[in-house]
Design a protein around this ligand. Sequence first.
Ligand SMILES: Nc1ccn([C@@H]2O[C@H](COP(=O)(O)O)[C@@H](O)[C@H]2O)c(=O)n1
Length: 583
Amino acid sequence: SQPGATQSNAWPARPLVWGDINFLFTTDTHGWLMGHTKSRPPEPNYSADFGDFLSFVTHMKEIAQEKGVDLLLVDSGDLHDGTGLTDGSPTGQPNAHEACSNKFITRLPYDVLATGNHELYKYSSALDTRQNFVPHWNGRYLTSNVNVTLYQQPDMGISAPLGARYRKFTTLQGKHVTAFGVLFHFTWNAPGTIVQSVEDLVEQVWFREAIADPPDLFLLAGHMPVHLEEDPDVNVNDWPIVYYAIRQVHPTTPIFIFGGHSHKRNCTVMDEHAIAVQGGRYMETVGWLSANLTEDGGYSRRYLDTNRNTYQYHTRLREESFDTAAGLKLTNDIAELANKWNLHDVFGYAPQDWYLDRVDYPDKQSIMTLFLDEVLPTVMRLGAPERSHIPLLAIFNRGSIRYDIYHGAFTRNDQYTVLPFKNDFFYATVPWAVGKRVVDGANKKREDEAQLRNARRIMMPSLRHTQGQESDAVVMQKVFSGPEEQLTLGYVTQDLCDGYADDTIHLDIGGMDRADDYMSSPPPELDDDDLIDVIFPSFVAQPIVDVLNKLFPGQNYSIPTLPIYCGIQSDQVFEVYARHMWN
Ligand SMILES: Nc1ccn([C@@H]2O[C@H](COP(=O)(O)O)[C@@H](O)[C@H]2O)c(=O)n1
C-alpha cells in the first residue's frame, strides 16, 4: 500500500469458488491507483494500491495454472478522471497520460480492456490512448464502436478504431474466446471522436462475421451498466442489443458480460448460459466470476474489497511472502509520482466528514450541502469581487462532484478526488423571474431526453440465478458467525443474482440513488425584476443555454458569446476554499 494508508482489520468470510473458467474484473477505476489511504471507515476496506493488485493478480494467475484452469483479467473502462494521478499533472500533458499510457496500468496483465466515456471527453486523451496506450495491449484494448479521427500526416482525416474492434484468442487451457468492447451510445464525446450506437454496431458486416463461428465463450467487456438505473445519466444499458444479436446466432453459447459506468456492484443472469456482472468504482472492488463450462455447473460471483487482507486470504500467502518484486516496484513508482506532483500537499484541515452517497442535500453531512451552500458561492465571490454588487445563483451538475471529504488534512490529491474536472464558469445576467426557473428547466430537459432514449430501449432478460437457493440473509448468517459489533462499515450488495456476493461481510454503509443532476447555491430573496448572475460550468453550457433561450426568448445566448465569471476553474474550487476556510 501507499505510505500512510490505514490497513483494514476485516477479513473475507469464505474462500472463492473456482471453476474451469474464472475472471477477475475491474471497472471505473478513475485513477485510484494509490488505493484509499484515509483512516475513516470504510476507507481501510480499499487500502491496497495497484502494486498490491499486481501482486494479487500474479499469484492468482499462478494458482489458476496449478489448478489447470483459466483466469482472465478484464477492465470495463473509465480509467481516466478522478485523482491527482490522472488529473494533477503539473505539465498539462493529456489526462491520465502517466497513469495509463506510460507507466502504471500497462503493467497489469489484462486480457481484455474496454474504453469508457471518460477516455473520450477530450480529443487529446483519446489520441493519447490510441498512440501510447493501445499499442501496448497488442489487440486486447477493445473499442467495437469507438473511432478517432487522425489529423496528422500521413493519416490526415482518417477515422480509425480507437483500439481493436474485437479479439479472438485461445486461453492457456485451450478455450476459444470471442471478445468485444462496447461503449453505450455516449453523445458528449469530444469532436474528433465517434461513438457508434450499439444498434448500428450489431448490424455491421464485420460484427456479423466476427460472431459467425461459435467460440467456447463470448466475453463482452463494456462501459454500460448491467441493469437499468434510476439516474438518467447512467441509465444507458444497451447490453440487451448485443446479447440478442449473439443469441440469434448462438442460442446456448456461454456469454460473460462485464459492465460498468454506474459505479455499483451488480449482477444479473440473462439465461442459463449468460451472466452479466459489474465491479463498482474507484478500485474499491475487484470482481470475481467463475463458471464450469465443461460440467455446465453454474456460476459463482464475488465482490472483493481491495485490501491486503483480501489479497493475502485468497492467495493463502502471509504478509512476508505476498509482494512480488514487480508489485513492490509499482507501489514505489506510484508513490514517487505522487510526491513529484506534490499530491500530498495540504491545503487545509477539513473540520468534519462530508459524504457523496450516504446522505443527500440539505443534510449537514452531504458534500452537496457543503459545496452548494458554502464552497461554490464563497469561491465565486472571491474569484470575481468586481461582481459583488449583483446577487448570484451558482448552478452545478452534481455528476461533477465525485467523492467524500474526510475529517483531517485536505490535500491536492483530495481536491481531484472530489472534483477532477477542469471546467470554466460562464454566466448570464438575467431577471430573477428567469434565473429562478433555470435549474428546473435543465432538469426537465435532462429527464425528457432520458425518457426519449428509454422509449426505444430493449429490456435485459433476467433469470433469477437458480444455483444456491438460500436467501441472502441465510447465506450471510452462515458465512459470518461472529457478533455483529465486529462488523466494519462497507457495502452490502443487493444485486439480481442469488446468494450473498460481498466477499467481506459488513454493516451496510447505505447509499442513495442520485435524483436531479442540476442543483444550485441557495436562491436569494429577490423580486422578479431584480437582476442576478446565473453562473454555470462550461461542461453543461449547451443545455443551460438552451434553457435560457427558451425562458428568455430574443436574447440568443450562444456559448462563444458567454462571458467567463472568474479565472478559477472547477478543479481549483476546493483548493481555494480550503486555503481560505480550513487553514
Ligand atoms: N469535463 C467534465 C466531464 C464529466 N463531468 C461529469 O462527469 C459525469 C460523467 O461521469 P460518469 O462517471 O458517470 O461517467 C458527467 O455527467 C458530468 O457530470 C464533468 O462535470 N465535466
